[in-house]
Structures are given as structure tokens and as C-alpha cells.
Design a protein around this ligand. Structure first.
Ligand SMILES: Cc1cc2nc3c(=O)[nH]c(=O)nc-3n(C[C@H](O)[C@H](O)[C@H](O)COP(=O)(O)OP(=O)(O)OC[C@H]3O[C@@H](n4cnc5c(N)ncnc54)[C@H](O)[C@@H]3O)c2cc1C
Length: 366
């Protein structure tokens, strides 16, 4: 990989749906990739967070994956891709073709460790592993920064008394590889969204016992896919929280879960029956509100994610309420910083649209 350029106008952190979409529009607005703007990604390959998802998550079992802007020029669309293939493979391939076609020159694997102020500029400190030094660092000085880092490495796990004493396996959604990991085990799945439901469907017949806990009763919608009305409400709730600088609410609370045929059948045969959240974790299982106990070998926390912003800590963007005040991707506390794919933009369609909105503001700020 060539060395990082020491100076640029704009650094984009992340080459997922949001970062690529921003890069596409920056180029359309006449900025040169690798010179005027530089895209950095810590992943070993293309695909954003999708490259890390489990094989059984096919394009058909995911929610709709929206196309990147300008993808039709390559003759590609997720809508017409083979829905039986693992989503990770298809997204990896399509993003690779897209990056190459538009010459977006993503630098990878490059992990941004911190961003700090140096006078009017921003300094991006990045880990650029090479064969001699896995912790080799380089710096890029930039005027503006677009953070498009998603949420994959920052799953949220609610605190439950006893959680640290559990002796079995505990993983979050991002640690799930395949049902085989749990063969013959008694598994408790926690969470009220499609990931939790997907895990239960996959583990049926593989785990020796399955229990499902949710904080609230699951609100099913009768749509076969994510309902438009629910989607609009969830986006509005995310937007209101981002504008007010509050921590972002759960998306699934706003959208509900679409009752696909597969899910309806799972409810019908008694697999998808949720229980109210357990009140205590004991070393070998969970204790339910009615006092009953379930022995467990594993707990899977499918309880959502938080935005990954740790590397921006030196910029002090968080307010007292714990959130970052963001309007249309622009951070109120610092006009040089933009968050793409944050809050209301945190879906593939939202991230695609964010590209134009954020790139336009970036160009205006240069
Ligand atoms: C299990 C699951 C299923 C989902 N299914 C759907 C779906 O079907 N449809 C849908 O619309 N949405 C879905 N989503 C939401 C999905 O995450 C978004 O839609 C979208 O893929 C997010 O794009 P993004 O670019 O914001 O983030 P990501 O795809 O996470 O991309 C962020 C990129 O930033 C890089 N990065 C992060 N930190 C750093 C750093 N410090 N330095 C350098 N690089 C960094 C990462 O390597 C990654 O490539 C799903 C989410 C999950 C968790």
C-alpha cells in the first residue's frame, strides 16, 4: 500500500455505504480522490461492516440493501442480485467493483486511532500495519473530516445484575459466526429485532434449548418487508435525537419487525415466543421475573449498537447529555466535522442519501 499523503483537504474515515457515498459525491463535485480527499478504512477488504457478517445472513434474509449512488452505471443493483447468496459476499464484490470503477482509492487497512486539533487544522493519527511493525503510525493533516465509521465494533449490552459472573459464552451480534458454534447448547437470545429472530431461526434444531428474552413485547407489522410508515417514524426519532444531541434511540422500536412468512411460521410453531427480560444472570443461567430459572450455556446479545466515535474523543464533540448534536450530518460543536451514516442516516438507504447532503456541505466549507 502506498504511504498516506501527509496533507489533504478532506479525510473520510470508513468505506462502508456512508463513506463510499460521500466519496462518490466529493468526486462529482470535482475533488480528486487520493489528493483532495482521502478515504481510510481499517477493514482488510471491501464491504464495510458487511464483510464481517455471518454466512447464513443472505441478501434475502437481510432488510433491503439499497444501491450506492451511481451504481447503475456499473450495471449492478442489490435488488437484482442473487438473494440466496451470503450478503457479505455480494456486498464485498459490488463495493469492490464500485471503488474500482470510480477510482475512489481507498487506503486499507488503515485504522484511525485519534483525531486532534493542530491550530486550524485537524490531525488524523492512523495505524498503518506493515510486515515489520503492526502498530506503525502515520499522520494526515486535513482541513475537514467526514466520519463514516458505522457501529459494528461497538455493540450495546444492557447491564443485568450478575452479568460478570456468568461462566458460559456471551457474545454480541458481531461475534456470531454460525449456528454450529452453539450445537447442543442451551442458548438464551436477547433482543427484539431481526438479528435476534434470525439467530433463533438458525439455532432451531442445533441448540439443545432456546429461550428468547426482550425488554418489550415485539411489535410485529404485517408487511413482508420493513414498513414505510414504521421506517419514516424511526428515522424521524433518530433525527430528533441527533439534532437535540441526545443518545440515539433503538431503531427497531420505531420500525417494528416485519412479519415475513418465515417469521410468521416460526411464531406459529411456537419457536418465536419471547419472554420479558430476565432480572438476574447466575453463573450457569438466567433468572426470570417470575422466579423461574433456565440453565444456559450461552447468551447471545442482539441488543443493538452505538455509533463508533471513540477516536474523535480529543475533539470533545459530546455534550453533557452524552450525545453529539448533529444536523444533516454537520456537527454543531465543530463546523469542520461531519458524521455520515449517523442517526437518521443509519441504514443503507439513509447512508446513500447522506453522501450528497454531506459532500455538498463539505464543498461549501472548503
Ligand atoms: C446485523 C445487521 C444487519 C443489517 N442489515 C441491514 C439491511 O439489511 N439493510 C440496511 O439498510 N441496513 C442494515 N443494517 C444497518 C447497516 O449497518 C447500515 O445499513 C449500513 O451498512 C451502514 O453503513 P455505514 O457505512 O454507516 O457503516 P459500516 O458498513 O459499518 O462501515 C463503516 C466502515 O468504517 C470503517 N471504520 C470504522 N472505524 C474505523 C476507524 N477508526 N478507522 C478506519 N476505518 C474505520 C469500518 O472498517 C467500515 O468499513 C444492518 C446492521 C446490522 C448490524
Amino acid at each position: 500500500m502506498p504511504n498516506l499523503p501527509p496533507h489533504t483537504q478532506v479525510v473520510v474515515i470508513g468505506a462502508g455505504q456512508a463513506g463510499l457515498s460521500v466519496a462518490y459525491f466529493l468526486q462529482r463535485f470535482q475533488l480528486e480522490a487520493g489528493v483532495d480527499f482521502v478515504v481510510l478504512d481499517r477493514g482488510p477488504t471491501t464491504g464495510g461492516a458487511w464483510q464481517h457478517r455471518w454466512d447464513a445472513l443472505t441478501l434475502g434474509s437481510a432488510h433491503r440493501v439499497a444501491d450506492l449512488p451511481g451504481m447503475s452505471e456499473l450495471g449492478l443493483s442489490f435488488a437484482t442480485a442473487d438473494h440466496h447468496r451470503p450478503a457479505k459476499q455480494v456486498v464485498e464484490e459490488y463495493y469492490r467493483a464500485y471503488e474500482e470503477h470510480y477510482g475512489l482509492r481507498v487506503f486499507r487497512p488503515v485504522e484511525v486511532m485519534s483525531v486532534f486539533n493542530r491550530g486550524a487544522d485537524l490531525v488524523v493519527n492512523a495505524r498503518v500495519p506493515d510486515e515489520h511493525d503492526p502498530d506503525y503510525r502515520e499522520e494526515i493533516v486535513t482541513r475537514l473530516l467526514v466520519n463514516a465509521t458505522g457501529t459494528w465494533r461497538t455493540p450495546f449490552v444492557p447491564y443485568v445484575p450478575g452479568i460478570r459472573d456468568f461462566t458460559g459464552i456471551q457474545i454480541s451480534t458481531n461475534g456470531y459466526r454460525s449456528a454450529e458454534q452453539f450445537r447442543g447448547m442451551s442458548v438464551v437470545v436477547v433482543g427484539g429485532g431481526t438479528s435476534a429472530i434470525g439467530f433463533l431461526l438458525e439455532l432451531e434444531g442445533v441448540a439443545s434449548r432456546l429461550s428468547w428474552a426482550t425488554r418489550r413485547p415485539v411489535r410485529y407489522t404485517d408487511d413482508e418487508a420493513l414498513s414505510l410508515e414504521g421506517g419514516v417514524r424511526a428515522v424521524a426519532e433518530q433525527d430528533a435525537a441527533a439534532r437535540a444531541g441526545k443518545p440515539l434511540p433503538s431503531i427497531v422500536q420505531g420500525t417494528g419487525v416485519a412479519k415475513t412468512r418465515r417469521i410468521a411460521a416460526g411464531i406459529e410453531r411456537g419457536l418465536l415466543v419471547e419472554r420479558p427480560m430476565f432480572t438476574r444472570i447466575e453463573p450457569d443461567g438466567v433468572r426470570w421475573p417470575d422466579g423461574s430459572f433456565t440453565q444456559a450455556d450461552a447468551i447471545i446479545w442482539a441488543t443493538g449498537f452505538r455509533p463508533e466515535l471513540r477516536h474523535l474523543a480529543p475533539l470533545r464533540l459530546h455534550n453533557i447529555g452524552g450525545g453529539v448534536t448533529v444536523e444533516n450530518g454537520a456537527v454543531a460543536a465543530d463546523p469542520r466535522i461531519f458524521l455520515a451514516g449517523y442517526g437518521p442516516q443509519a441504514s443503507t438507504i439513509g447512508a446513500s442519501r447522506a453522501g450528497r447532503t454531506v459532500a455538498r456541505q463539505v464543498v461549501a466549507a472548503l
